[in-house]
Every structure is written in C-alpha cells, then in structure tokens.
Design a binder for this molecule. Structure first.
Ligand code: SF4
Ligand code: SF4
Length: 88
C-alpha cells in the first residue's frame, strides 16, 4: 500500500469546522486546537484522532467499499477543494 501523498500543507487542520466528524477539534475559528500555526504541524501527531489518519480510517470504515488507490484519490479531491477561496 503506497502511503497517502500528503504535502503537509495543513489546510485540513485549518478547516476542521467543515466536516461534522472533525468539528469537535475546532478552536473557534475553524482551525484545530492542536494545530501549531508557526510550525505548520500537529502538536499531538502521534496521538491524533483516528479521523486524522487516512490509513486508519480506510482500514476501519472504507476498505470494504473502495480500493486504497480510489480512497486516496477521493481524499486528494478534498485536499484540492480546500485550496479553493470559497473554503478559506
Ligand atoms: S489538506 Fe491534504 S495534503 Fe494538506 S495536510 Fe491535509 S491531508 Fe495533507
Ligand atoms: S489533531 Fe492534528 S492532525 Fe488532526 S486536525 Fe488537529 S492538528 Fe490536524
């Protein structure tokens, strides 16, 4: 299984308000309470929730539905959508 090609752009961590499943992480402005803006990194990376782990979410909920490559492509569409000004 090829690893998810994350660029570490941090846009998902700065838009946790968009999805119901990640809203609990919102510090109040759409950014995750565990996101370090200066370092562009997760402060709880090793203990981050399952919802932040593409490979774990795949194994837990989506492996019966999609091939890994399909799941990666779907997730990359979400990454790309976060780059659009309407989601900023
Ligand atoms: S938006 Fe996508 S590419 Fe950017 S950090 Fe999140 S998972 Fe990685
Ligand atoms: S817990 Fe970490 S990986 Fe998950 S959204 Fe927050 S900063 Fe990002």
């Amino acid at each position: 299984m090829t690893p998810f090609p994350c660029t570490q752009c941090g846009l998902c961590c700065q838009h946790v308000h968009i999805a119901d499943e990640t809203q609990f992480l919102d510090r109040g402005d759409g950014t995750c309470r565990h996101y370090d803006m200066a370092r562009k990194s997760c402060t709880i990376y090793e203990e981050r929730p399952d919802i932040c782990r593409v490979d774990r979410m795949y194994a837990l909920r989506y492996a019966h539905k999609y091939a890994w490559d399909e799941f990666v492509a779907l997730n990359l569409q979400v990454c790309a959508s976060l780059e659009k000004p309407s989601n900023k």
